[in-house]
Design a protein around this ligand. Structure first.
Ligand code: SAM
Length: 251
């Protein structure tokens, strides 16, 4: 069975699939990266169990074989957070989206070793996945932890969390669902706060409208540890999806 193909090969065009806004610039560059033999093997042998290669709109109940609260983690890196959450919450389903094959391979190895049944992985650009393959309001939780900060000014356009994508995130949350973000890059944290606050379908969980305390249940990710070593502070954000009519009333 063939493993996941690289995101670059899957995306023929640089325009986002739904055509609602041009995605001329992606939030990632495809790195060959070092991949171990075990990760390569996992990408072949475990992909049929955990991997998803969507063609049309996904039916998540059919995919997971049940109806359950659903979380998506976007850009899960090496998957530590996703693995810990899925092991801790067998009553929930977790969909991971990541373009970096070594990270996917690493998480597959851990999933195989633990035999977890409530996780599925997609190895593609999350913009394509949300716009083309996930129905509206199908998620109870979206996690975007330490997205690439693209600190150089000329790269800011690559940042994932920008207005149009925030609207896509909001549209995929069920009412009362939550999007959690974290970053160790101050200017990006401020930009996220502005973009999320501007989205009429989202409401800040922080009563004063700023950042939230670090959720104690959030396992430390690889990039969070890296930031800590560099002496960086971490900013957490949490916004809930409100009812559409409430959103319109607030406009
Ligand atoms: C800075 S790393 C953080 C990884 C992990 N969340 C952590 O905290 O350790 C950002 C990750 O997002 C992934 N990524 C960036 N843009 C993406 C996209 N459009 N779709 C899927 N994954 C993406 C990258 O491949 C990378 O692994």
């Amino acid at each position: 069975m063939e493993g996941p193909r690289s995101a670059d090969r899957q995306l023929g065009s640089q325009r986002s699939g739904a055509g609602e806004h041009p995605r001329a610039v992606r939030s990632f560059v495809t790195r060959a990266g070092r991949i171990t033999a075990a990760q390569e093997r996992a990408l072949v042998s475990l992909w049929p169990t955990y991997g998803v290669e969507p063609t049309g709109m996904l039916d998540l109940d059919a995919l997971f074989g049940r109806t359950a609260p659903r979380s998506v983690e976007i850009g899960f890196g090496n998957g530590e957070n996703l693995l810990a959450l899925a092991a801790r919450h067998p009553e929930r389903d977790y969909l991971g989206i990541e373009v970096h094959r070594p990270g996917v391979g690493r998480l597959l190895l851990s999933l195989g070793a633990r035999g977890l049944k409530n996780v599925r992985l997609i190895c593609r650009d999350t913009v394509e996945v949300l716009e083309q393959h996930l129905p509206p309001a199908c998620l109870d939780e979206i996690l975007v932890l330490f997205p690439d900060p693209w600190p150089k000014k000329r790269h800011h356009k690559r940042r994932l969390i920008q207005g149009p994508f925030v609207s896509v995130l909001a549209a995929h949350l069920a009412c009362g669902g939550t999007v959690h973000l974290a970053t160790d890059w101050g200017p990006y944290a401020e930009e996220m706060l502005v973009a999320l606050t501007a989205e009429p379908l989202l409401r800040n969980v922080a009563p004063q409208g700023g950042f939230v305390p670090r959720p104690p249940e959030r396992p430390q990710t690889r990039f969070e540890r890296r930031g800590e070593r560099l002496g960086h502070r971490v900013w957490d954000l949490a916004f809930t999806r409100i009812d559409q009519s409430q959103g319109l009333a607030l406009r």
